[in-house]
Design a protein around this ligand. Structure first.
Ligand code: SAH
Length: 252
């Protein structure tokens, strides 16, 4: 099983939990370990679609990954999706793909597809792990303090499932995020990697699932310090979801 994140803070929280050996390939370091009885390879893809796509191809071709799971942060594109909430991707779309008029806008040329679906059973496992962690966060007062300090009401955090958009752009303007929402009304969140990972996994027939913790509202109003939120809340929380996901597998 392969575990991938785009930002160093996100991956280091996962690496802290396993005793992994590094293997350098190109400019990526792939961390191989036995984690609770499961063979895992964890890697930092770096930010953006190309970085994520090449890393995914290496995971599959070089490391023989038969499942890929991505964890990271994303901006919200829906009023119901708040900072601190968790989104499990059911489908992914590249919002910056536009080869019209040769192909319909958003369609990945020569695939007949705009959206790539995540694997249902892998996503269900990830959803179970995320929902277990959510209950723990709600119940744990110490964690509450941390979230509250950053302006997030831990008791209100929710789990969502749906469409996530990816593109090579950090969305930090209300104008752009409302355009994205207008064009893709069902979109819950926006980030910069997972639709590319999903496309590569689709090419190789490898199951893929993704979990994103909402770090911002993809608009001009900085809700809080993005870096601080990732460092102190989203990265440890995401790693906890992944650890729970792996732990659940080792039990069953
Ligand atoms: N200031 C940061 C920016 C990181 S880019 C830095 O310099 O390191 C943002 C990362 O978080 C990407 O990996 C992307 O997938 C995700 N992300 C979070 N919020 C996003 C948003 N509003 N738009 C696009 N990507 C977002």
């Amino acid at each position: 099983m392969a575990l991938m994140s785009a930002m160093p803070q996100e991956l280091s929280c996962i690496l802290e939990r396993l005793d992994a050996k590094p293997l350098q390939l190109g400019s990526r370091t792939y961390w191989q370990a036995q984690w609770m009885g499961q063979s895992v390879v964890a890697v930092l893809s770096r930010i953006g679609k190309v970085a994520a796509a090449t890393t995914t191809a290496s995971l599959i071709e070089h490391f023989g990954a038969t499942q890929v799971v991505f964890s990271g942060v994303a901006g919200s594109l829906d009023q119901r999706v708040q900072v601190g909430d968790v989104v499990i991707a059911t489908e992914l779309l590249q919002h910056d793909m536009d080869a019209s008029p040769l192909f319909p806008r958003y369609e990945i040329p020569l695939t007949n597809k705009s959206c790539f679906l995540t694997d249902q059973s892998l996503s269900l496992e990830l959803k179970r792990a995320a929902s277990q962690c959510l209950q723990e966060v709600r119940a744990n007062m110490q964690l509450h303090g941390l979230w509250d300090q950053l302006g997030v009401q831990a008791k209100d955090i929710c789990l969502h499932e749906g469409l996530i958009l990816s593109g090579d752009q950090f969305i930090s303007s209300a104008k752009i995020s409302s355009e994205l929402k207008l064009n893709q009304p069902s979109a819950l969140a926006v980030e910069m990697e997972c639709a590319a990972v999903a496309q590569v996994c689709d090419d190789f027939g490898v199951p893929f699932a993704a979990v994103r913790i909402i770090s911002d509202n993809a608009n001009d109003s900085a809700h809080m310090d993005f870096e601080k939120f990732i460092q102190t809340v989203a990265a440890p929380y995401g790693a906890h979801v992944i650890e729970t996901f792996v732990k659940n597998r080792s039990i069953t």
